[in-house]
Design a binder for this molecule. Structure first.
Ligand code: PLP
Length: 224
């Protein structure tokens, strides 16, 4: 077995069955992705629209592509025909554009609301208050081509395990609040996307249902 498949098997052995592993393949070659695919991996995460479209064109059709990067409304149309889930909804404008483009493709697209809890200003996402109010408002928007399935968040870039743990707990509690206030009867609202290479174990212990792991699977990324 090569190291990519070893890494995938090793992570899968350590997470509960209900937790999904998203292999984050940004900047990774199609060959590396195919190695992961051969190991049984079907969920892949990408951050850039052009890169995702190029890869989706060439790689196996049963890959489920998760978009995890910042998404501009004017680029939704390129991924709407095939994307499996968008983790990074951070505005009503973007939500409505996904609805519009999914309708054109005759699809229903699963999305997560991205919430900002980390200390760094650079990380994007809705404030906890914006997140709960967008979730509540979405009920009256009459969305038929978007399904809001949960929350995505990132912890601070820090060595402080207590800080990271408290941020994951905060993401979980925002999930609970949105569920209670807006999606109480909606069984689709069940996903908490949190945890990356450095902190996925902690994220799982705090209730993550989707971990997004890149470098621990593929090795260090080349930067763009
Ligand atoms: C790149 C990226 C990841 C994966 O990061 P690693 O540290 O390589 O595991 C996860 N989530 C998001 C939003 C990313 O941009």
């Amino acid at each position: 077995m090569n190291s990519i498949s070893n890494n995938i098997h090793s992570i899968k052995e350590q997470i509960p069955q209900h937790v999904n592993l998203i292999a984050v393949s940004k900047f990774q070659s199609n060959d590396s992705i195919l190695e992961a695919y051969s190991a049984g991996q079907r969920l892949f995460g990408e951050n850039y629209v052009q890169e995702l479209c190029d890869k989706a064109n060439l790689l196996p059709q049963d890959i489920q592509w998760h978009f995890i990067g910042h998404l501009q409304s004017n680029k939704v149309k390129y991924i709407a025909p095939f994307v499996s889930m968008i983790h990074s909804v951070d505005s009503k404008k973007l939500l409505l554009e996904i609805e519009k483009q999914a309708a054109k493709s005759n699809r229903v697209i699963d999305v997560l609301l991205q919430v900002h809890v980390a200390q760094e200003e650079t990380k994007s996402g809705l404030s906890p208050e914006e997140c709960t109010s967008l979730a509540e408002e979405s009920i009256s928007l009459g969305l038929h081509h978007v399904r809001i399935c949960g929350i995505m968040g990132m912890a601070s870039f820090s060595e402080d395990q207590n800080l990271i743990a408290s941020e994951f707990a905060a993401i979980k509690s925002i999930f609970e609040k949105v569920k209670e206030n807006a999606f109480f009867t909606d069984k689709n609202f069940c996903q908490i996307s949190m945890g990356m290479s450095s902190d996925w174990r902690l994220a799982v212990s705090k209730g993550s249902t989707m971990i997004r792991v890149g470098s621990s699977i593929f090795g260090e990324r080349k930067t763009k």
